[in-house]
Design a binder for this molecule. Structure first.
Ligand code: NFE
Length: 479
């Protein structure tokens, strides 16, 4: 008989998510046969940006999240600059300083994810908060997993290096105040380049000698997870880390693949994206709008809707985004799509970005960091970039020097989306279906699938209804 299990909230993710799975016996084995992911809070940043000065968008949207704020800063400056036309270019130094600060944010986020959010599904942490992990299976006691566990304090130190590195040109972390349309406001004077390089050298040492070997060790011990959590097999990236001032060449290219094709196509733009709200708590009139004309009209009701996340679709189809999608589209990692492939691709991306940062430091010169001819722009602007968790887009419409409309589609909206108007489940829901479960009363394998996506519901949705108490339902230790 089928069992329905609800995890609310799912722990060791950022933000608040409920996951409901139906478990049944298939071919003599318990497995997930249906899944629903729910963003339980409403974000609303789109509404509070209306009527603001355009330049405020960069400050305000960074507050969407403390883990990937630099990506929101980058997306907002790209959107604002795009209102001046597709050819607008800030100075080269601004491009490099943005790359370096965003790169620092990627590195800290990926290290945070593996050691603090995901690894504890495979290793036994010290018996003290915040490490304490549930006992999931006997493999956690293996010598290799015990060695990974011993590296947790090193990861904390590495993450501190990454945050301090980001603050060198960001002014502070997590929310930098040096990202502005027209350029950047930090200079490369003093010993900033030297300080940045010191942190970077330490981090590259950690990534090479600890992080990648630890991911490899977990992947070897839990090799069955190369076959679990496959999902929709469609992968998409907007691309990030501009390598030229025109913003065309990127360290990680734009593109998409369907059905895990090895050849990525890049001939899409944001007009090919729509957001379905058939299963989301938004007005039906906003169904399948392009974000250029998107609206945020919350309408909480029961009906068939079950999430505050909308369901973004490219060409009407669900696409997974994130490090694996980026590395796949770029041709850097195409070994497979699964729980372990997501961890492996993320670790290899960390090294690729950190290595490129050395080159961007060398490319900085004594030229300007800001285009002083920059003026307030008007009209529609689109900023497409990547956050650590995947493709991030900001869409702005400016009239009379005020924001008339602002739309944000975050990576977690792509990955943790509910069903769309065709009732097709979102990428994470698809990845959960088929997951083998040892004990249906404690479906802890489900957590490993969810954590591999590194969802951030803070980015996706935010505000709660103050008239209701949060409900905590857990299926067992670790959930
Ligand atoms: Ni709150 Fe974020 C990233 C963005 S996820 S972490 O990475 O945008 O949706």
């Amino acid at each position: 008989m089928a069992t329905i299990k609800i995890m609310d909230p799912v722990t060791r993710i950022e933000g608040h998510m409920k996951v409901e799975v139906t478990i049944d016996t298939v071919g003599g084995q318990n497995q997930v046969v249906d899944a629903r992911c729910t963003g339980t809070l409403f974000r609303g940043f789109e509404i509070l940006l209306k009527g603001r000065k355009p330049i405020d968008a960069t400050v305000i949207t960074q507050r969407i999240c403390g883990v990937c704020p630099i990506s929101h800063g980058q997306a907002s400056v790209l959107a604002l600059e795009n209102t001046a036309g597709p050819d607008y270019q800030p100075p080269s130094n601004a491009r490099l300083l943005r790359n370096l600060t965003l790169g620092a944010n990627f590195v800290q986020s990926h290290i945070l994810h593996f050691y603090l959010l995901a690894a504890l599904d495979y290793i036994k942490g010290p018996a003290a908060s915040p490490w304490k992990s549930a006992w999931l299976d006997e493999k956690m006691d293996s010598p290799d997993m015990t060695e990974v566990a011993a590296h947790l304090p090193l990861a904390l130190d590495a993450r501190r290096h990454a945050h301090e590195m980001g603050a060198v040109f960001g002014g502070k972390m997590p929310h930098a105040h040096t990202f502005v349309p027209g350029g950047f406001t930090a200079t490369i004077g003093g010993n900033r380049v030297g300080q940045f390089r010191q942190h970077l050298d330490a981090l590259i040492g950690f990534i090479n000698s600890v992080y990648i070997p630890d991911v490899n060790a977990v992947a070897q011990e839990y090799a069955e997870y190369f076959d679990i959590g496959v999902g929709c097999r469609n992968l998409m990236a907007y691309g990030v880390f501009e390598e030229d001032d025109a913003g065309i060449g990127k360290l990680l290219q734009r593109g998409y693949v369907e059905d895990a094709s090895s050849v990525a196509l890049s001939n899409f733009d944001s007009s090919d994206i729509t957001e379905s709200v058939t299963y989301s708590w938004y007005a039906d009139s906003t169904d399948n709008l392009s974000p250029v004309s998107g609206e945020t009209l919350p309408e909480f009701s029961q009906g068939s809707a079950y999430s505050w996340l909308k369901a973004p679709r490219l060409y009407g189809k669900a696409f997974e985004v994130g490090p694996l999608a980026r590395m796949w589209v770029n041709g850097d990692y195409q070994q497979g799509i699964s729980v372990m492939d997501r961890h492996a691709a993320r670790a290899h991306e960390t090294l690729k970005v950190a290595t490129a940062m050395r080159r961007w430091l060398d490319e900085l010169d004594g030229g300007s960091v800001h285009d002083n001819s920059y003026d307030q722009f008007a009209g529609i602007g689109i900023g497409l970039t990547e956050a650590p968790r995947g493709a991030l887009g900001h869409w702005v419409n400016i009239g009379d020097d005020r924001i008339e409309n602002y739309q944000v589609i975050t990576p977690t909206c792509w990955n943790a989306s509910p069903r769309d108007d065709q009732s097709v489940p979102g990428p994470m829901e698809q990845a959960l279906i088929g997951t083998p479960v040892r004990n249906p009363d404690e479906p802890l394998e489900v957590l490993r699938v969810i954590h591999a996506f590194d969802p951030c519901l803070s980015c996706a949705v935010h505000m709660m209804r103050p008239d209701q108490e949060p409900v905590l339902v857990h299926t067992g230790a670790g959930c």
